[in-house]
Design a protein around this ligand. Structure first.
Ligand SMILES: C[C@](O)(CO)[C@H](O)COP(=O)(O)OP(=O)(O)OC[C@H]1O[C@@H](n2ccc(N)nc2=O)[C@H](O)[C@@H]1O
Ligand SMILES: Nc1ncnc2c1ncn2[C@@H]1O[C@H](COP(=O)(O)OP(=O)(O)OP(=O)(O)O)[C@@H](O)[C@H]1O
Length: 310
């Protein structure tokens, strides 16, 4: 049995986020087109005789809960419960995905911890079982496991993989503070009060643009129904979006529930230019470039108790 397993897991951007009316259970039906992008967390799991423990390093580590509310801890507990064992592991998160940024950072850690514990414990859960546990943990977690590009329906957990015909180059601007996902959905409900909210449907031009790998067509088709709600709670984001557009981005949008803003560039050179301009614009905390699609949660290395890679 391995004594340490490391899993790498990507962030996501939603290139389409169509949101329906609130359901009786409080969730919203979505047509959620996910694209995984190359900003990664790594979760390393090792046996811990003293019980479950979480540690974290990285620029945003101070904002990550280290108790049992951490999605990585919840994933380890969920897998252990299914297989009738104790979740006696140390989970270390090397965090590079912004926290509370709308890029599914916590969800990514949940998916990574699940895959890592499955490998460490040799539980050999089926893909379906892993996806079931992911869906219990959160709406974005199944996609973090799968990666690539996918259409999420239901609350976002029912996935259909999508073809992507090329690499898309993105710039991400991190905001000065986070936004709470439930608060953004609540604001969406408030803004929509008294209006007819249509059923969420995936955009065919958008799916075609992804399949062709055509950045201009994708730029013309992206949409995010949560953007007005995110802007209402965080009006300064309008300035960041405008700065990126003025810098030559093909399009600018809020990533998921925000407040990270996403800018599509035609090529890597143009992404670097947009990133430089945004960095000096004074409208954001930090700027990163990343391309997608990126691979979902992947076991990077496993070591036995003698420290030998297996
Ligand atoms: C905004 C997105 O990131 C887009 O991918 C997701 O829809 C949010 O996914 P997530 O963070 O995994 O969300 P969950 O942990 O499942 O739910 C957190 C909260 O967000 C709201 N929520 C989430 C998903 C959904 N389809 N409808 C909702 O209304 C609910 O208030 C819920 O209590
Ligand atoms: N492993 C984790 N990493 C970061 N935050 C976590 C983690 N586990 C739980 N959380 C909690 O979840 C909250 C949201 O963090 P997260 O980074 O997942 O937001 P997000 O990227 O906006 O999520 P999403 O895009 O899925 O809506 C944090 O404020 C934190 O309290």
């Amino acid at each position: 049995m391995s004594a340490s397993v490391t899993v790498r897991v990507p962030a996501k951007v939603n290139v389409q986020l169509a949101v329906g009316a609130a359901r009786p259970d409080g969730f919203h039906d979505l047509a959620n087109v996910f694209l995984a992008v190359g900003l990664y967390d790594e979760v390393t799991v090792t046996p811990s005789p003293d019980g479950l423990r979480v540690t974290c390093d990285g620029p945003d580590a101070g904002q990550v809960p280290l108790d049992r509310t951490n999605l990585a801890a919840r994933a380890a507990e969920a897998l252990a419960a299914r297989y009738g064992r104790t979740p006696d592991v140390h989970l270390h998160i090397a965090k590079d995905i912004p926290v509370a940024g709308g890029m599914a950072g916590g969800s990514a850690d949940g998916a990574a911890a699940l895959l890592a514990c499955d490998a460490l414990w040799g539980t050999h859960a089926s893909r379906e079982e892993l996806l079931d546990i992911c869906a219990e943990l959160g709406s974005d977690v199944p996609f973090s496991l799968v990666g690539g590009a996918a259409l999420g329906t239901g609350r976002g957990e029912k996935l259909r993989p999508l073809d992507v015909g090329g690499v898309f180059h993105w710039v991400f601007a991190m905001a000065e503070r986070g936004l709470s996902t439930p608060a953004v959905f609540r604001e969406f409900d408030r803004l929509g009060e008294g209006t007819d909210i249509p059923e969420p449907v995936a955009s065919q031009p958008l799916l075609d643009a992804l399949a062709k790998g055509d950045p201009d067509a994708l730029a013309a088709a992206v949409s995010n129904d949560l953007q007005p709600a995110a802007l209402s709670l965080f009006p300064e984001l309008a300035g960041t979006l405008a700065a990126g557009r003025a810098a030559g981005a093909l399009t600018a949008l809020v990533s998921g529930s925000g407040p990270t803003t996403a800018f599509l560039a035609r090529d890597p050179e143009s992404a670097v230019k947009v990133a430089e301009t945004l960095r000096s614009s004074g409208t954001c905390r930090a700027v990163r470039t990343a391309s997608g699609p990126a691979q979902g949660a992947t076991v990077l290395s496993a070591q036995n108790r003698h420290g030998i890679s297996t």
